[in-house]
Ligand binder design. Structure first.
Ligand code: ADP
Length: 335
């Protein structure tokens, strides 16, 4: 899927690396979060201590990993990267924490997927820079306290609601990343186009931005497909507007940037369930996806553009969704 918000392979990861802004000043949009982070980093610098722990919440592709790298870069500290799924036992976390150097920035992506036992160890580590290591089993088991080097934890999550409160409370600052405005995505596209050496007019940039689902990762990905298209069909590094549209259509991105899965969810909601309300898991099974993907990737955008609402009784389609699919509003569909 061209609009799958997560990186699809190593090649994409490498290109993303090249396109990542390295400073807060270069980071496009999210003005409020940037200001908040700047203050937090400046305060830490003045006091010559590691910055407070930071939680970055929001759908995939909005810049959480990029911000973690920027935090390390701006505070001139090394960065260690890990992820929730890689921490399946408290021992995994103990090994990671005890190997940190003073002031290091530890990035844990998908922190909501960490093992429970590790979560509890992390509370103490975040608060007191200390952990208790259990040795032995049964009656002979004892815990050995271990002091850690002070560090800054940057956690990222697509599901902040799934974090236990004690963990959430231990972050000094939580940033909720929002989908980007088209004008901001145009700047992301413009910046990436110059890094990639693609010549693009304003109209072309705007078209890519409009169809990127509010997500910089998708904007960068669409830009690369447009570049490919121009290379193959026009033999050059410039794309006109017809080529931009043709490239995006080839990859099944519709006029407002919805992809196959977005449309499948809308279609099921409107046609199969007559506009809802329908529960998340029923909806997910109908489109053959994990509930987690539907909830954290598809729905936030559909809600944001006003096509879907989450109600206590389930998901419902709005009149805008009917209009987009070209389905007449059935009587009582939204009761
Ligand atoms: P996340 O960790 O939230 O999934 P990433 O930080 O990996 O997202 O960002 C995905 C891609 O989008 C990267 O290539 C990054 O360079 C680009 N990107 C994200 N946010 C911005 C931004 N605000 N300005 C410019 N590029 C961005």
């Amino acid at each position: 899927e061209i609009t799958t918000p997560r990186p699809v392979d190593d090649a994409e990861l490498a290109i993303e690396g090249a396109l990542r802004p390295v400073s807060l000043a270069e980071f496009v949009g999210q003005q409020k979060v940037r200001g908040q982070l700047q203050l937090l980093l400046d305060a830490a610098r003045i006091q010559q201590r590691p910055a407070d722990h930071i939680l970055l919440a929001g759908p995939p592709g909005l810049g959480k990993t990029t911000l973690a790298m920027i935090v390390a870069h701006e505070s001139e500290r090394p960065l260690r990267m890990s992820s929730g799924p890689a921490i399946q036992h408290a021992g995994d976390l103990a090994a990671l924490l005890s190997s940190l150097t003073p002031g290091e920035v530890l990035f844990i992506d998908e922190i909501h997927r960490m093992a429970r036992s590790a979560e509890e160890m992390l509370y103490l580590a975040m608060e007191d820079f200390r952990i208790d290591i259990m040795v032995g089993k049964g009656a002979g088991a004892t815990s050995i306290p271990l002091d850690l080097a002070p560090f800054t934890l940057v956690g990222a999550t697509t599901r902040s609601g799934m974090l236990p409160n004690p963990l959430r409370d231990r972050f000094g600052f939580t940033a909720h990343l929002e989908y980007y405005e088209p004008a901001e995505l145009e700047r992301v596209v413009g910046r990436s186009a110059s890094v990639l050496g693609v010549a693009l007019g304003d109209q072309q940039k705007a078209e890519i931005a409009r169809r990127s689902r509010g997500t910089p990762r998708i904007a960068n990905r669409l830009l690369r497909r447009v570049r490919d298209y121009a290379l193959v069909h026009a033999g050059g590094a410039a794309a006109d507007i017809a080529e931009v549209r043709a490239a995006l259509e080839l990859y099944d991105v519709d006029g407002i940037g919805l992809d196959r899965l977005d449309r499948a969810v809308l279609d099921a909601l409107v046609k199969r369930f007559r506009g809802g309300p329908v529960g998340l898991s029923t909806l997910a099974v109908t489109v053959g996806e994990e509930p987690d993907t539907v909830e954290s990737v598809v729905e936030p955008y559909l809600v944001r553009i006003g096509f879907m609402a989450r109600t206590p009784r389930g998901r419902v389609a709005t009149p805008e969704a009917y209009a987009h699919l070209g389905v007449p509003l059935a009587d009582g569909a939204l009761d």
